[in-house]
Design a protein around this ligand. Structure first.
Ligand code: HEC
Length: 125
């Protein structure tokens, strides 16, 4: 009886660990889908700046930090670091957050969608 119970317990613990991992993978996949709104301008090739700067490693990076990209003065002078919170504000309305930015207006205000996109950006290393 006791063995049966602990087996059951072990099973339910590993089940919830799988559920968490699935959640993460699900969020990243949903974020990848949303990134279609960005990929016209942001290349996933680290050596390449397209119309926008490369976003490889952007999470935690200082704003306007890539040497070979012609950023706007607005972004260069923003003093921002791309934390989760700042990325959230940026994708919710980049030109309200940093007036004068060269990036065309994006507006993703759904918090879950913001979470997905940020989860995906974190995979870009
Ligand atoms: C129409 C082209 C375009 C689209 C679409 C676009 N971006 Fe941008 N992005 C830019 C440009 C241009 C810059 C540089 C802005 C500046 O210098 O003011 C930029 C800058 C950024 C930065 C700051 C990078 C750095 O090195 O500081 C982030 C983060 C970013 N974009 C995320 C996104 C995300 C996420 C999306 C999709 C929701 C997106 N962008 C869609 C053109 C675009």
């Amino acid at each position: 009886m006791k063995t049966k119970l602990s087996l059951l317990l072990a099973a339910s613990i590993s089940f919830s660990a799988v559920a968490v991992a699935d959640d993460q993978a699900m969020m990243e996949a949903a974020g990848k889908e949303l990134f279609n709104k960005c990929s016209a301008c942001h290349s996933l090739d680290e050596s390449k700046n397209a119309f926008g700067p490369s976003l490889i490693g952007v999470v935690g990076r200082q704003a306007a930090a890539l040497p070979r990209f012609a950023y706007s003065d607005a972004l260069k002078n923003s003093g921002l670091t791309w934390t989760d919170e700042n990325l959230r504000k940026w994708i919710a309305g980049n030109d309200d957050f940093v007036p004068g930015t060269r990036m065309r207006h994006v507006e993703i205000t759904d918090k879950a969608e913001q979470d997905y996109l940020i989860a995906y950006l974190k995979t870009l290393k």
